[in-house]
Every structure is written in C-alpha cells, then in structure tokens.
Design a protein around this ligand. Structure first.
Ligand SMILES: Cc1ncc(COP(=O)(O)O)c(C=O)c1O
Length: 443
C-alpha cells in the first residue's frame, strides 16, 4: 500500500481498519464478494464506533409500498398460506405483469407466458437451466460490466460463459463484437442489464436493434434484465401507456426473456419476487435437446415443469397477491413508483459532484455521446490508484464501495458506488471525508 496510515490521522483509526482486515482474512479486496465486504465494514464500524458512508450493497433505500403489504396481509388472512400456489402464477398477477409490460415498455405480451419467480435471481437461474440447453454445451455471453451472481449461477450449473466489457463497443461497433462472439456458435443465451448494474449505461434503440439482429442470426435467446426498469431519469418513463417508454429489445426480437425484478423498482427486495416474461415465439418453440433432462421439448413447458418446479415449486402465495396489487396500482396510474425511486437520481447527482470536485473521476461517464444518467449506481476512480488500493484506502476514510473487477469490467481502476443507503443528511460527512482523502493524496 502506498500510504502509511498509521502515521497519518484518518477519520477511522488505522488500528481498527488494520485489525478488521486481518480478522476478515480476505485474500483480495478487489475480488471479494459484496457480502464479505459488508461483513468487513460491519466489523470496522463496531471496532471504531464510527458509521461508514455505505455504498457497497445494492439494496433499496426506501420503504415498500403499502398497497403490496396490505394485499399480502389480506391474502394471508384469507387462507392462502395453506395452499400451494399455481406453478405458473396466480391469474391476477399474470394479467398485471402483461399490463405492466404494455404500460411501461409498450410491448404486447401474452399473459400466459408471464410468470412470477422467487426474485429475478431465480428467474435467471431457471433461464440458464433451460435456455442453455436448447443446444448441447450451450453457454451464456454476458455484456459486461454486470451482476456477478448471474455468472455464479451459470458456473454452478456446470455451464460456461464469456463476457466483454461494453465500454469500447457502444453504438454501431457493438455489432462487431457480437458478431465475433456469437458467430462461434457456442452461445445459446446473451444477457445484459438495461439500465446497467454497475455502470448505469443505457442502451439506445439502435443498440437494442443490433442485439436483436445479431442474436437472431445465430439463434441466441436474449435475456434482458430490467432490474432497474424506468430508472434512467433522463427520460420520464413514469406515466403508464404514455411515451416515452423504457427501451427494450422486445420491440425488435422474436426470442427473448425479460426479467423484471421487484426489488428496486418496488423496493420489495425482502419478499423475493420478480417477473419473467417469455416471448410468445420462444415459448412455443420446440427443442428436442430439452426433453431428456427437463422432460419437455416445448420451451414454455421446459421452463415451467423443468425449471420453476424443481427450483422452488412456485412462488410464495401471498407475495404474488402483493405484487399483483402493486402492479395494478402502477398500471392504473395510481402509484407513481418511478417518482418514488427518483430520490436516487438526486442523490447520485450530488454524490458525483462531491467526488469529482475533489479529484475523482467517473469511470463509465458516457452513453455514447451523452453524459451518463444519475441513478442507483455510479462508477468512480482516483488517478494513480488501482481499484484495490482505492477500496482499501477509502476504508480509512469511512467510505465503502465495491471494485469493478468483480463485475467483468476492464477498467481495473474503478469502484461501484450504490447511492441507496446514503441519506442526504450524510452528505456533509461524505464531503468532509472526501476532502480528508484528497488532502492526504495531495501530500
Ligand atoms: C442487474 C440485476 N439483476 C438482478 C438482480 C436481482 O434481483 P432480485 O432481487 O429480484 O433477485 C439485481 C440485484 O441487485 C441486479 O442488480
């Protein structure tokens, strides 16, 4: 490490940081999982008695909508707890998911192929289990930087994956790298998140069209992860059935799966429910390679009986009522959910200002030719420091984040900050700590 923290006075006493680091025994901070880093920060907080500015974990920072909670309570009182939920989802939820897709994406989908999943995480797992078996040895291509858990899922299934950092492939050149990778024939799925965790990159319609065209050429199923649907606040996507709409590949592709997490858009992470939508064309396709392990060759049946059933035999009954009620409220225009989450935009703008005014820079700073939007995450770095050095140094200043090295980024100097847990009242403290950091760096 570059600095002798023991010789300097830092907001968090160096002996506490050093003791916690030794105790945690994390071989490499750059590649440590988010949960391990969180444990480390908890330890430093308890040793020092000082609260961190916590930017490491992507958890919602606002309360769950009352309408969802109330509907869950009513469902439980009515006795659903003793009944198995339908594997494909309760009818009212299926209808509301299809309405939601129409209201905010302006795409018509068949409610029959709209399913609840145990968080989007389970939706991704079921997708890999099934979609990577449409041909033998099927693999996933991830457009990175991305969400590490999905790669862990593919690996846990014994499947293979590859990825590329999209930083140098925005716009028309995206076609070149997709052609290069998908033409190998080894991929059966292509996954990206839009808006992107961690870089907050948002693909435009031209890029989504390119993705659709190249994937169709090589018969690759597109998995569009919409965990942050509508949260690119540079456009107002909050009004149902009114343009502009969240851009989506569903406008251009035939074979796609949409994953819509409820964790961030509805601040419902604890209840573990998400929505998975299969395009009608894909749902009705037959793949003989699915039959031996999943029992069915028709894609929709392989997903339901070969994926959802073995994974969890359905989604908690009451929470399906909760999500149906929340979706109905937003589809009816009664709950401006994207206005609630807009608090993250203001926070990100202010936090980015504080960092960049004191010598830091934003790593993924552009959407082709426009400045990147302000939202749930941003990426930042400090000249001359690797991400591991920056991560470790910031511990002495009571600021936590994760390394982009964990996300498939080639920008190994960067960190990801999540703004959700940082309250506006902490901004003066954040500024004080950032100033102390840059003063030390300038020494
Ligand atoms: C890009 C992305 N996809 C999926 C998820 C998982 O969502 P869920 O909580 O619904 O499983 C997350 C959560 O952080 C995410 O960032």
């Amino acid at each position: 490490m570059k600095f002798d923290f023991q010789a300097s006075s830092t907001p968090i006493p160096s002996e506490n940081v050093i003791a916690a680091l030794q105790d945690a025994n994390i071989p490499d901070l750059e590649t440590a999982s988010i949960r391990r880093l969180s444990g480390l920060i908890n330890k430093i907080e308890s040793l020092s008695g000082e609260k961190f500015i916590r930017m490491e974990m992507g958890v919602p920072g606002i309360s769950a909508p009352k309408v969802g909670i109330q509907a869950e309570i009513e469902a439980l009182k009515s006795g659903v707890a003793s009944h198995y939920p339908p594997l494909t989802g309760i009818p009212s939820l299926k209808t509301e998911i299809a309405r939601f897709v129409k209201s905010f994406l302006n795409v018509d989908v068949n409610s029959e192929y709209c399913y609840p999943t145990v968080g989007s995480a389970q939706g991704a797992m079921a997708t890999f289990m099934v979609a990577n078996r449409i041909r033998p040895e099927g693999a996933t291509l991830f457009i990175d930087p991305g969400f590490p858990n999905q790669k862990a899922q593919v690996t846990a299934l014994g499947q293979s994956w590859d990825s590329f950092d999209v930083y140098n492939y925005r716009g028309e050149v995206l076609r070149n790298i997709l052609e290069e990778k998908l033409s190998t024939g080894q991929y059966t799925t292509l996954l990206y998140s839009n808006p992107n965790n961690p870089a907050w990159i948002c693909f435009n319609d031209n890029e989504l069209k390119i993705i659709a065209e190249v994937a169709e050429n090589y018969d690759v199923i597109i998995v569009e992860d919409l965990a942050y649907l509508g949260m690119d606040y540079r456009s107002d996507y909050s009004v149902p059935n009114q343009a502009p709409f969240q851009p989506t590949v569903a406008k251009y592709a035939k074979d796609y799966i949409l994953l819509i997490s409820s964790s961030k858009v509805f601040s419902y992470a604890g209840q573990r429910i998400g929505s998975l939508i299969i395009s009608e064309h894909l749902a009705q396709r037959e793949f003989v390679t699915l039959q031996p392990t999943l029992g069915y060759s028709r894609f929709e049946h392989a997903m339901v009986f070969g994926g959802f059933h073995p994974l969890s035999s359905g989604v908690t009954h009451s929470v399906q009522y909760g999500l149906a009620a929340m979706m109905k409220a937003v589809n009816d225009g009664e709950n401006p959910f994207l206005k609630d989450t807009q608090v993250y935009q203001k926070r990100a703008a202010e936090m980015k200002r504080l960092f960049t005014e004191h010598g830091f820079y934003i790593v993924y700073d552009k959407d082709i030719d426009k400045p990147i939007g302000d939202g749930f995450y941003f990426t930042f770095a400090y000249p001359g420091l690797s991400s591991g050095e920056l991560l470790e140094t910031l511990l002495y200043f009571g600021i936590s984040a994760i390394s982009l090295m964990n996300t498939g980024s080639e920008r190994n100097e960067g960190l990801r900050a999540c703004v959700s847990q940082v309250h506006e009242s902490q901004f003066p403290l954040l500024e004080e700590r950032i100033k102390a950091f840059s003063a030390l760096m300038g020494e």
